[in-house]
Design a protein around this ligand. Structure first.
Ligand code: PLP
Ligand code: COI
Length: 372
C-alpha cells in the first residue's frame, strides 16, 4: 500500500510493483494533503500512469511510468485523423476502506467496441483491468478518502501513433491509463440541479460514431458547449440530427426522464454513447424501486409537458438532476422552480452513490475491488 519509489521513471512490466522489490515508503501510506472536498473536475498530476505499446501486430508488455508527457511522431494518425478513443471510470474508497471500481468490465467492452469501429486493435480485457488496477494501486495516496465526496477519475486511452501522412490506420498504438482525483463535474456543492440548452449543432449522424467513445465526437461538441454556457446553461443537449425532434444526449451524459405518470424513460438512439451509469440507474429504478422503465424515442417539444423530472447520467456527471432546458428561444422549467432536486432523482442518486461507496450491500455485484 502507498506510493512507490520509482528511480528510473519506468518499471519493468505490469506485474505487481512489490514483486520487483519496489517498496512503499512509510510516509506515503498517508494520503496527499489535498482539500478533497474542494476538488473540481480538473487534471491533478499523480505519480504514475500505465503505458503499453501495440506494434507489429502484438501488444508488448506494459509498465507503470512516471512521465506524464507523451512523445509521439508528428505524423501520428491520432493527431491528424482522430484515430483514438478513451474511457472514463472512477475508483472510490468505500466506507470500510476498500478501493473499488464500478462495473469496469463494461468500460473494457466499450473501449474495444470503439477500437474496432476506428480500426484500432482491441485492448485485451486482462491488460485493460490490470493496467487500471496497477495505476490505481500505485497512486493510492491520491485516492480521495471515504466521505470526501471526491473520487479518483480514471482515463484509459488508446491512440494511433507513428509516422503517417495519408488517411490510413496507424500501425502502432499506445494504450495509456492515467488518473486524477476529482470532485463534481458540474460546479455545485452536493446534489444541485443543472441546466441544459438545446444545441443547433449536431453531435452525431445516425450511422456515424456517436455511440462510440471517440475523441472526435467531443471536439465537434466544444463550440456547442460554449454556446450553451453563453446562454447560462451547464452544457449542451443534442436532439437527433435527422429530425431535430428526439432527445439524444447531453455533451457528456445520457438523459433519463421521470414522467408525471411515474415511469422512468430514456432515449433509444443509435447515435448516443451507451452510458454505464444510465444503464445502472435504469436497473436500480426497476429492480430496487419497482419503477416502470422504458427506452424509446422521446420527442422533446411534444412530450415536455409530461416530464416531471430529468437527470443527466455519466461517470463524471454521476446523476445530475436537470432543472431547466433552453429551447425554442426560452427556458422551460422542470420540477417547480428549476432549482429544486426532485424526489425520484434524489432517491436514484442516493441509491447509486451508496452502492458505489459500499454503504449498502452490493446486491447487483457491480463493485470490483482493487486489492491495495
Ligand atoms: N454520453 C457521453 C457523450 C459521455 O461522454 C459520457 C461519459 O462517459 C456518458 C454519456 C456517460 O457514460 P458513462 O455513464 O458510461 O460514463
Ligand atoms: C466521463 O464521464 O467519464 C466522460 O468521459 C465525460 C467527459 C466529457 C468528462
Amino acid at each position: 500500500m502507498g506510493t512507490y519509489v520509482d528511480i528510473h521513471g519506468v518499471l519493468p512490466d505490469n506485474t505487481a510493483l512489490s514483486e520487483y522489490g519496489v517498496q512503499p515508503m512509510d510516509e506515503n501510506f498517508s494520503k496527499k494533503p489535498l482539500k478533497w472536498a474542494e476538488l473540481g473536475f480538473q487534471y491533478v498530476k499523480t505519480d504514475f500512469r500505465y503505458s503499453a505499446i501495440f506494434q507489429e501486430g502484438k501488444w508488448l508488455p506494459g509498465s507503470l511510468v512516471s512521465e506524464e508527457n507523451l512523445i509521439i511522431h508528428e505524423g501520428s494518425p491520432s493527431l491528424h485523423y482522430a484515430q483514438q478513443c478513451f474511457e472514463g471510470m472512477k475508483a472510490q474508497t468505500t466506507q470500510d476502506d476498500r478501493v473499488v471500481l464500478f462495473r469496469p468490465n463494461l468500460n473494457s467492452e466499450r473501449m474495444n467496441r470503439t477500437a474496432s469501429r476506428l480500426l484500432m486493435p482491441e485492448v485485451p480485457h486482462k491488460l485493460f483491468i490490470e493496467a487500471v488496477e496497477e495505476v490505481v494501486r500505485a497512486n493510492y495516496a491520491w485516492i480521495p478518502p471515504y466521505g470526501s465526496g471526491a473520487a479518483l477519475y480514471i482515463r484509459p486511452m488508446l491512440i494511433g501513433v507513428g509516422e503517417n501522412l495519408g488517411l490510413k490506420p496507424a500501425r502502432a498504438f499506445e494504450f495509456r491509463v492515467f488518473v486524477s482525483p476529482v470532485g463534481p463535474y458540474y460546479k455545485s456543492s452536493g446534489l444541485a440541479a443543472i441546466s441544459l440548452a438545446v444545441s443547433d449543432f449536431d453531435r452525431a449522424a445516425p450511422q456515424g460514431t456517436g455511440s462510440y467513445k471517440a475523441g472526435a465526437n467531443y471536439a465537434g461538441g466544444l463550440l456547442a458547449t460554449l454556446k450553451a454556457q453563453e446562454l447560462g446553461a451547464s452544457e449542451a443537449l443534442y436532439l437527433d440530427s435527422a429530425s431535430h425532434r428526439f432527445i439524444d444526449e447531453a455533451g457528456s451524459a445520457n438523459i433519463v426522464i421521470v414522467l408525471k405518470t411515474g415511469e422512468l424513460i430514456t432515449p433509444s438512439s443509435e447515435a448516443i454513447l451507451p452510458s454505464i451509469t444510465k444503464r445502472s440507474v435504469m436497473e436500480i429504478a426497476s429492480e430496487q424501486f419497482g419503477i416502470k422503465t422504458a427506452e424509446r424515442a422521446i420527442d422533446l417539444r411534444v412530450e415536455f409537458n409530461s416530464f416531471a423530472e430529468m437527470g443527466a447520467c455519466g461517470t463524471a456527471a454521476v446523476l445530475s438532476p436537470i432543472g431547466r432546458i433552453y429551447f425554442d428561444s426560452e427556458w422551460h422549467i422542470l420540477n417547480g422552480d428549476g432549482y429544486t432536486v426532485g424526489p425520484v432523482m434524489q432517491k436514484l442518486y442516493d441509491s447509486l452513490v451508496q452502492l458505489q461507496r459500499g454503504e449498502v450491500e452490493d446486491k447487483f455485484c457491480w463493485l470490483h475491488e482493487v486489492k491495495i
